[in-house]
Design a protein around this ligand. Sequence first.
Ligand SMILES: Cc1cc2nc3c(=O)[nH]c(=O)nc-3n(C[C@H](O)[C@H](O)[C@H](O)COP(=O)(O)O)c2cc1C
Length: 211
Amino acid sequence: MELANIRKDYRLKVLDENQISRDPLQQFEIWLNEAIEIRANEPTAMVLATATPDGVPSSRIVLLKALSDHGFGFFTNYSSRKGTEIALNQNVALLFHWPELERQVRIEGKADKTSYRISEDYFNTRPYESRLSAVISNQSQVVPDRKFLEKLWEEQQNDSVEKEVARPSHWGGYMVEPFRIEFWQGRSNRLHDRILFYRQGMDWNITRLAP
Ligand SMILES: Cc1cc2nc3c(=O)[nH]c(=O)nc-3n(C[C@H](O)[C@H](O)[C@H](O)COP(=O)(O)O)c2cc1C
């Protein structure tokens, strides 16, 4: 395989600090909306990186389900590998890649559990079948085989009355409050645009990084 010969020049767009919003969350929303409008593949999918207290990292994709002045929200199992890592180390990183727009956004921040109400409200919007899976899946634990999971799922289905499935206490949301957000726009000849926002007190500073 000639991996060394796989390359692409990026020419679609430019990122100019004079035209960017002074609020990185607003700028993120503009880019996310563009990704949704052009029907990018899984526009809300983001890589979530966590780390153990002694710095061993792990990453996986989760879906962005909330965006506000407070940051970026997603939902998961609190007892999963990511959940146990966040419990011991709140520092996380998020990464969005929208190849159709030749764009990347890197976010670093602190993750906190969302309120009971937010977790409850979102859980109840999920399809019945997904709620059943959340109840029976001890996410990240070893299981004997697929049949084991399917049996648990069917048993849970038989037990649930009129599609009422309560949110298990180990399932809920996290909100990531960012302190660093970098917008990357691919440019020609590998001379990409990188605009970095970093938090200083209540303010956001803006700088440009070398590609
Ligand atoms: C496109 C996509 C979306 C996903 N969305 C979520 C999600 O929103 N929440 C979640 O817990 N896992 C989601 N997953 C599964 C995670 O990537 C991961 O397998 C799971 O959360 C267990 O991770 P952990 O063992 O590191 O905790 C998604 C995977 C993919 C590929």
